[in-house]
Design a protein around this ligand. Structure first.
Ligand code: PLP
Length: 416
């Protein structure tokens, strides 16, 4: 009998699909430490805090009360109401519960939105300011779209300008993904900068904005968070993405949402309905007893968010000071999320203490892990200038940050 190579049975879209480099590195660090190594990991993309007790309790109570059956596809009406209230109060987005679809993490909300927007047959292009989160590219490509990078630079805190956006738009551009605060950059757009981008977007009616605001609550650099969906002139073309993962230390719960308001009262909510229709054929909805946790988190957990935010703020200062004290390292000040993205290209062309040639972010990260027992994420896959950078997450203790930075400093000083 002829045995087929199992990979030849895979669809092309899966053969071409990369797995997440950050998840792989996080798993490698865990495995090394489980085997007795003493690796300091700066790779994790999740808060190191536990979900607040009262949020857990809300889900436990809902479970005990029998909320274990199918629910409406876009989500429980009370949870959607709580999200719409939050978006109106915190973000000045004019929306109601029918504009909201609750999804399996912010990630699936973005995936669904892209599937609803991108038509491969029409050569659809999606604009992505880079460096950008690793998952945007595969999600755009899975939808059949072409990624058009708009490169930011370290000199401008990795932000693009209105002129750059204008120059990148073609008649095939269907969407732009804006992520402020940014993973991996740790920087944010100011309200005025976003208003300028909105002015360009207003002139291009074919363009939808996917505004990924998952790190909205973790800000500490004096820049206010601004939701581009609050700009009235483009509000019905902005899909605001958010979720509970980062602000409430709830990554494993898988709770996110998309808000896609109708153009005017009484006009059909085409986008929110499309996203829900697609979700209805994929996951149906999130786990039923988790809806109660959404209401609890959004109405009663401001103190918990503030406690965690202050902790991240302290760590941001420490890690930035330590990194910029290292020879040749340039690092914009982190203002949001829990990442720093230093430019390490001054080390390229040198040799490590262990004799390795450092000629890329990848070789820097590999040598650092093997010789100094510190894990950082090479920036190559984030696009744009990322190939000159590495990402460090400071979702870890101050002690961990101090020790990790000591090791990196010593290792860099030994380069020749
Ligand atoms: N957007 C960005 C920029 C992220 O970094 C992440 C998670 O790492 C997400 C969205 C999605 O998070 P979740 O699916 O846990 O809501």
């Amino acid at each position: 009998m002829h045995v087929m190579d199992s990979s030849s049975r895979l669809a092309q879209r899966i053969t071409n699909l990369k797995s997440s480099a950050t998840l792989a590195l996080t798993a490698k660090v865990k495995a090394l430490n489980a085997a007795g190594a003493d690796v300091i990991g700066f790779a994790a993309g999740e808060p190191d805090f536990d979900t607040p007790e009262h949020i857990k309790q809300a889900a436990i109570d809902a479970l005990n009360a029998g909320q274990t059956h199918y629910m409406p596809v876009p989500g429980d009406p009370a949870a959607r109401q709580a999200i719409a209230d939050k978006l109106r109060n915190d973000n000045a987005i004019n929306c109601g519960p029918d504009d909201i679809v609750i999804t399996t993490g912010g990630k699936h909300a973005i995936y669904l939105a892209l599937q609803c927007l991108v038509d491969a047959d029409r050569g659809a292009q999606v604009l992505v300011p880079t460096p950008a989160w690793l998952s945007y590219r595969p999600m755009i490509e899975l939808a059949g779209g072409e990624v058009i990078e708009i490169p930011g630079s370290v000199d401008n805190d990795f932000k693009i300008t209105a002129q750059q956006l204008q120059d990148a738009i073609t008649d095939r551009s269907v969407a732009i993904i804006i992520n402020s605060p940014s993973n991996p950059c740790g920087t944010m757009y100011s309200p005025d900068e976003l208003r300028e981008l909105a002015t360009v977007i207003e002139r291009c009616p074919q363009l939808t904005v996917i505004s990924d605001e998952i790190y909205e609550k973790l800000i500490f650099g004096g820049v206010d968070h601004f939701s581009i969906g609050s700009v009235q002139a483009i509000a019905d073309r902005v899909i605001t993405i958010n979720g509970l993962s980062k602000a409430y230390a709830m990554t494993g719960w898988r709770i996110g949402y998309a808000c896609a308001p109708a153009p005017a009262p009484g006009i059909d909510r085409v986008m929110a309905k499309a996203i829900a229709r697609l979700q209805g054929q994929m996951t149906s909805h999130i786990t039923s007893f988790c809806y109660a946790a959404i209401v609890e988190a959004l109405t009663n957990a401001a103190d918990d968010v503030e406690r965690m935010r202050q902790e991240f703020a302290r760590r941001a200062v420490i890690i930035h000071e330590r990194l910029t004290a290292m020879p040749g390292i340039r690092c914009p000040k982190p203002t949001g999320a829990f990442y720093v993205f230093p430019d390490i290209s001054a080390t390229f062309g040198k040799r490590s203490g262990g004799g390795r040639l450092i000629d890329s972010a990848m070789s820097f990260a590999e040598a650092l892990l093997e010789e100094a027992n510190v894990a950082v994420v090479p920036g190559d896959d984030f696009g744009g200038c990322g190939a000159h950078h590495v990402r460090l997450s400071f979702a870890c203790s101050e002690q961990h940050i101090e020790e990790g930075c000591r090791r990196i400093h010593r290792w860099i000083e030994a380069l020749t």
